[in-house]
Write a new protein. Structure first.
Lengths: 418, 418
């Protein structure tokens, strides 16, 4: 690793640490959309963008935007972005790493005094995690013009509406549409983000190309059997909704393990209403989260898991309600951008790893209107959404080297066209 | 069935209905220990005992007691009892049926003008369910001298202590010891109660002899794995505490089904702290309730279930905490009393069914100091602790006939000794 990249990675880490001190609650990192900590964090990121010589603004949804306008007539815009909101008691790297690396990347290119064949806009999205309003991608949906204005009436846990939150940081819900980048102006989208999974850590490789972002189905299941006295109902007279749920959960796990190359499936929540230690559970609610990078297989797997659950409950004299509560299709990254990123990784002497992202990212809404590319950076043991979340400075340095090469490849590519 | 027993059963049902109208909340039956509804219900039961010509009182713990003193010198006391407190949104029969049938039984014997070789005391226990203070058997523990005076400081959900509740109905915690019936004064104990299970309903038989009351172990289990992102952690890299719990639950069920003649085992509660649909559960809490009429087998089964859980978690790289939080030994009913009850059932032309009670009853603390007998009465589909709880008038009539015969057998038996 060159001294230059090591030095730049150290600066990125310093900024990561500085931003992490801005939090709703001392002792942990929490910056939910629109909170005072969020507003203070956005101001700091804007300051860094100002220092990088970008034309900066905070838009109506709270995105921090820094623009470097190309002199070429009709130049399109490359957006380099990630988010700066966090979950509650978050890590420091999920989101901020991509934003802070992007600023460093631009400072690097600016120092070379080149003529840019496209404009670059760095965006620190204001709400990717969706913790406060149970929405995701608020920032990137404004940028892509897919924001639903009805969401302004949504209320947080304290009864404060999204409209009021936006007014709280001095903006106005009525101007949101003006903040979109029209589809014909996009050159493409590039996001750098920690992997949030263990594959790079296990392979001992610093970065990966994202092939696609997995599609997802979220199902809410309710099983109804017959509650009863734990002491008086013999084992063979029971309709226990929990043992039925347990059999479903095990069979879902087993099915997903069989298909582990292309699928993950998770039962994340389970509730037994009015439960007591001495009562046979009569009703159980649980959720199933199913993800795959392949749309057809996602549909097929969801259907198979539904059949598996139906078989279990029929055998046990239990009724089932199966409700699809959320679904998103898988999103592929752009072939040309991926080619340039793959080239950059090879030029940096790093083995090429290609991953499906199991997590959603701001690239998902962007992919509807523009070509996207994503690079993952290894994180310690795959841990994320946790104070232990960590990207090593050596890996950040490697990632900066790859990103430099990617930007050179892109500039070369589009300069040859102009 | 004789007209006499049918008529008496109708009167019992009328009183059941009348008592059920006295409730904390309109539209359901709820009379927790010491509440205004409880106090009003106790006064009504005392009135019925007065009408039956018994010497009545309400003791320091709120038990309603009606005594018929024998003229024989040194006569011991037969206690016939059940409870009049209820769970929240209870049925009408669990408890009150035994008390109201006992009053009817005594009225019947009194009308025969016989010389009683033992005294009889009917007791309507004030707290069997333990809903308010998370205790059980308060009433019967006072009667048997096993009440722990530290419990007086326990507080209910509203912060009211048991001492204050007792003072609220005009009694005093300091006189509780005086309300015990000394061990040497007991002839025995007889309780009539709905089965609260489906066996008599399935066998189509109105009553059963209780062989024993099952012993019970209550275990609190905590499993710890590793929380993770539901999208990014591959299936073969997970330490999912919920799928581990599911495998434990299924294997516990399977073990109990294999041993169904002598065991029930129930996982009644399960919680996932901080759960979310898109997070792999890192921690799961659940409880296991294990019951058997055979003490050695109960110990053996508990140990087997512990081993089963240990095997599951070891294989899955999950840690387990296993905490025994409650245990009671099985309690056998008295051989002689059981013989007299069996004789009464046969004399009533009813097939003899002998059951282990999976539910606890006031007979449990009494069994430590006196011989006990219990008769179960069939309930509709085994449903209990539920507004649908029902004992059919025909079955109550049959049970009264058996109880008459049992009392005759007892009186004959002890008259021949005196």
């Amino acid at each position: 690793m060159s001294n230059q990249h090591t030095y730049r990675a150290e600066k990125v880490v310093q900024r990561i640490e500085q931003l992490a001190t801005i939090t709703e609650e001392r002792g942990c990192v929490t910056r939910r959309f629109g909170t005072p900590a969020f507003i203070e964090g956005a101001a700091l990121v804007k300051e860094w963008m100002d220092q990088a010589g970008l034309q900066t603004k905070i838009d109506s949804i709270g995105n921090v935007r820094g623009r470097w306008q190309s002199n070429h007539s009709g130049a399109k815009t490359l957006v380099i972005a990630s988010h700066i909101d966090t979950v509650v008691n978050a890590g420091k790297y999920d989101g901020p790493l991509g934003v802070i690396m992007a600023i460093d990347l631009i400072e690097q290119i600016k120092s070379k005094n080149i003529s840019l064949p496209f404009s670059i806009e760095i965006i620190a999205f204001s709400d990717e995690e969706g913790v406060r309003f149970h929405t995701t991608f608020l920032g990137s949906q404004v940028i892509t013009g897919s924001f639903n204005h009805e969401w302004l009436q949504k209320k947080d846990a304290d009864g404060i509406s999204m409209q009021e939150v936006i007014e709280g940081f001095g903006k106005n819900g009525t101007t949101l549409a003006q903040d979109a980048i029209p589809p014909n102006e996009w050159l493409g989208y590039f996001e750098m983000h920690i992997e949030q999974g263990p594959i790079l850590y296990d392979k001992n490789i610093p970065v990966a190309i994202v092939l696609s972002i997995a599609g997802q189905k979220r199902i809410a299941v309710t099983l109804n059997g017959m509650a009863g006295h734990a002491g008086t109902v013999p084992m063979d007279k029971r309709s226990d909704a929990l043992t039925a749920a347990a059999e479903c959960i095990l069979k879902i796990e087993n099915y997903a393990i069989q298909q582990k190359e292309s699928l993950v499936a998770t039962v994340g929540t389970l509730q037994i209403p009015h439960s007591a230690g001495n009562v046979i559970p009569g009703e159980v609610h649980f959720t199933i989260d199913i993800r795959s990078g392949d749309k057809n297989f996602l549909n097929e797997a969801t259907s198979s898991i539904h059949s598996i659950c139906n078989e279990v409950v029929t055998k046990r004299n239990i009724t089932i309600q199966w409700q699809l509560v959320q679904e998103t299709d898988p999103v592929a990254t752009d072939k040309n951008l991926k080619h340039l990123l793959r080239k950059a990784i090879t030029e940096s002497d790093i083995p090429v790893v290609e991953l499906v992202s199991g997590a959603g990212h701001d690239a998902v809404p962007v992919a509807r209107i523009a070509p996207i590319a994503m690079m993952f950076i290894r994180c310690f043991k795959g841990i994320s959404h946790n104070p232990l979340e960590l990207a090593a400075p050596e890996d950040i340095a490697q990632a900066l080297k790859v990103a430099d090469a990617f930007m050179e490849n892109l500039i070369d590519h589009y300069s040859s066209f102009s």
